[in-house]
Design a protein around this ligand. Structure first.
Ligand code: AMP
Ligand code: MG
Length: 346
């Protein structure tokens, strides 16, 4: 892999032009979106796409999402755009919704990890929009982290993982949503959530009467079971520390963590909700208020990265609600914990 002096670009017009030029040349650029930062490349250039997998250390069987700036850009990428998908696009694009569609030959098979479908999204972030338009290309862009580690929600996170591996990162400020897009597949009259995100099942249901949530969102796949959304089969979003998710009341959580602390385990930390740290006798980080899933989504990945910076080895994490945007937060933290969950009496 080439070693780069990674440039941190701003969202100014000349810097966006520079980012677009890298992309047209088949190079990678870290870009802000409203969900998380993406590691973008020309989705129609097989060599550029191969660079994404190399820079992230991403397994070849984990497909990428293709980002467009406007509806008419979708047509060349797909062989069909069913009415259900059109309704969802109408309702939620630009925004944090990815739709799985049948892939056209214009998109190399490697983008989709060999699947005959392609995941398409239209981001709403003005800087992402400007970069896609300036490049004049559909952009394949997974989250801009090293494979397995927490997704980046600031340009500094991207720099921490990608400095030296890519020519440039565009700084568009912290991401508004903070977790990756909702991924859905469609069938007649129906949407199926393969990965939860900022667009919730209840929001989808207002557009399509029948919405299902794939069991892999909240449960580990059985051995040999095929993932509808291949990313779901990996341990993901994880800090180096072992994370254990604790389902408990605020009091129950504090009592449990303080009891564990008595044995003085090395590197013990708690990850809890704002305001619930007061009765904890161990070092802690917080990730938003217990009743505010949007805040938790915005803060979770930064908190997971900070746990590593603080040298945590064992983290007890307070479990979020799985309602609304909370389902996305729960899905990510469950994977960060590798499905290790302790349920206490409430
Ligand atoms: P990332 O961009 O890192 O958030 O990962 C994109 C995720 O979208 C993958 O891990 C898959 O789970 C999902 N995805 C992308 N393309 C497809 C596809 N063609 N079919 C199903 N899921 C997909
Ligand atoms: Mg990712």
């Amino acid at each position: 892999m080439t070693a780069y002096q990674t440039r941190l670009l701003s969202a100014s017009p000349p810097d966006i032009a520079a980012a677009a030029e890298y992309l047209r040349r088949g190079e990678l650029v870290g870009i802000p979106t409203e969900t998380v930062y993406g590691l973008a490349a020309d989705a129609t250039n097989e060599q550029a796409v191969a660079r994404i997998f190399a820079a992230k250390g991403r397994p070849q069987d984990n497909p990428l999402i293709v980002h467009v700036a406007q509806l008419c850009d979708v047509e060349p990428l797909v062989t069909a755009f069913p009415p259900e998908a059109q309704k969802l696009a109408q309702a939620f694009w630009p925004g944090p919704l990815t739709i799985i569609l049948p892939r056209s030959p214009r998109i190399p098979a490697s983008v989709s990890a060999g699947l005959d479908t392609v995941a398409v999204r239209m981001p709403s972030h003005p800087v992402a929009q400007a970069i896609i338009r300036a490049a004049g290309l559909p952009l394949a862009a997974p989250s801009a982290n090293l494979s397995g580690s927490p997704s980046p929600t600031t340009a500094a996170h991207v720099m921490a993982d990608m400095a030296g591996r890519i020519p440039a990162v565009v700084d568009g400020g912290p991401c508004g949503v903070g977790v990756e897009s909702t991924v859905v597949s469609v069938s007649p009259g129906c949407a199926r959530v393969l990965r939860p995100g900022g667009v919730t099942p209840a929001m989808l249901q207002k557009v399509l009467p029948h919405v299902e949530v794939d069991p892999a969102v909240t449960h580990p796949l059985a051995d040999g079971q095929r993932a509808a959304s291949p990313g779901m089969k990996y341990k993901h979003y994880s800090p180096r520390a072992r994370v254990i998710l604790v389902k408990a009341s605020p009091q129950g959580f504090a009592q449990f963590v303080n009891r564990q602390a008595a044995a003085k385990p090395e590197g013990l930390m708690a990850l809890c909700f704002d305001g619930e740290e007061t009765s904890l006798a161990v070092p802690f980080l917080t990730y938003g208020r217990r009743d505010d899933a949007n805040e938790q989504a915005q803060q979770l990945f930064n908190a997971l990265r900070q746990l590593d910076e603080r040298g945590a080895a064992l983290v007890y994490a307070a479990c979020p609600s799985d309602q609304g945007v909370g389902l996305a937060v729960y899905n990510r933290i469950l994977r960060a914990a590798g499905f290790e969950v302790i349920t206490l009496d409430r």
